[in-house]
Design a binder for this molecule. Structure first.
Ligand code: G3I
Length: 319
């Protein structure tokens, strides 16, 4: 039977979702839809530093293992998320003082341990996320302060050492279309490429709202300039928040936004995956983080496919 997953495959792209490991463990409807409709899993939180490396020298791979096993069982790819990020860092790391050399050793060990464990099982890694500011300049982060400006370059090289086959990506939000932020991201990854740093792609997160979403042509143009320097692009965390309670018109407008962004990906020469930041409106970060907004995904609270689901399926079918 025809599913989002099978239609995406015909178009040569992966269709993914961020996975909430608790929902996966307790709700059979969740695991069924995930395996049936999606071909790529991004752990929503399970591979983040504070979860996978909770104490100095102690790793906890239990959640990540469960997700990687699930993906293997259902023939899905895994996108590892995320190695170098300024959030969800454990207290042992942020509340102690480390010298530059110590921090380098900690990050190197972290990357080596996590990446080598999943070598051959993780298709792509979000090596670094959200390192560029709205003005396009490199942000001041825990890692940049502690290690220095070359922390990104080092991280990509360490990941590549631990798994030479994995696709390495830089992932950010707000840099989807053309503007100062996407220019800054472009300049960063172009600089890395010129230096021979192993980087394969850029993730455009695509957390958007009805009144505020990028222009389709500009998203495509952005993807094409990345392709021109040999980089793949990915839509990595899409959701389209609606004002709650949402109306029928809102759902239709939401479907158009999903359709336009998928269209940009399909028309671009090197866009390889399209992922949403969750599976169902029952479990989504939006209502907690933005009270009054929600219903941002492809399946509703009762796991029913929404207009957005049907419109992206028909685009994939007719493309
Ligand atoms: O697991 C703990 C739980 O033990 C504790 O009782 C509870 C109390 O607050 O917190 C739980 O952790 C929460 C975690 O999600 C798991 O539910 C954290 O507080 C909460 O901050 C965390 O939020 C995540 C957020 O990243 C962290 O900044 C969201 O689920 C996750 O969707 C979101 O994902 C990010 C991407 O990684 C990067 N791009 C943006 C995207 C949206 O913010």
């Amino acid at each position: 039977t025809e599913t989002l997953r099978s239609l995406a495959e015909k178009n040569g792209i992966y269709v993914g979702a961020a996975v909430n490991v608790e929902a996966l463990g307790k709700d059979e409807r969740y695991s069924k839809i995930l395996a049936k409709e999606f071909s790529l899993i991004t752990p929503e939180n399970s591979m983040k530093f504070n979860v996978i490396h909770p104490d100095r020298g102690r790793y906890d791979f239990s959640q990540a293992d469960a997700l990687v096993d699930f993906a293997e069982r259902y023939g899905m790819k895994v996108n590892g998320h995320v190695l170098v990020w300024d959030q969800q860092l454990p207290d042992w790391l942020t509340k102690n003082h480390f010298t530059k050399e110590e921090l380098k050793a900690i990050l190197h060990d972290h990357i080596r341990s996590v990446v080598s464990r999943y070598r051959g099982k993780v298709w792509s890694w979000d090596v670094a996320a959200e390192a560029v500011g709205g003005d396009g300049k490199l942000r001041d982060t825990f890692w940049s302060r502690g290690i220095g400006a070359d922390y990104l370059e080092l991280a990509f090289r360490w990941v590549h050492e631990a798994d030479p086959e994995a696709h390495l990506r830089y992932n950010d939000y707000g840099g989807e279309d053309m503007g100062p932020k996407s220019q800054g991201i472009y300049d960063l990854v172009a600089r890395l490429r010129r230096k021979g740093v192993p980087i394969d792609g850029v993730g455009l997160q695509m957390h958007v709202e009805l009144g505020n979403f990028p222009n389709e042509q500009d998203v495509r143009r952005n993807m094409e300039r990345l392709a021109a320097i040999g980089l793949d692009s990915h839509i990595t965390e899409m959701d389209v928040s609606l004002p709650m309670p949402a109306t029928a018109d809102d759902f239709r407008a939401q479907a158009r936004v999903y359709l336009n962004m998928l269209q940009a990906c399909l028309l671009a020469s090197r866009c390889r995956s399209f992922s949403t930041w969750g599976v169902t409106d029952r479990y989504s970060w939006i209502p907690e983080s933005f009270p009054g907004l929600g219903d941002a995904l492809l399946f509703d609270q009762d796991y029913q496919p929404k207009s957005a689901y049907f419109s992206i399926c028909s685009l994939l079918r007719d493309n």
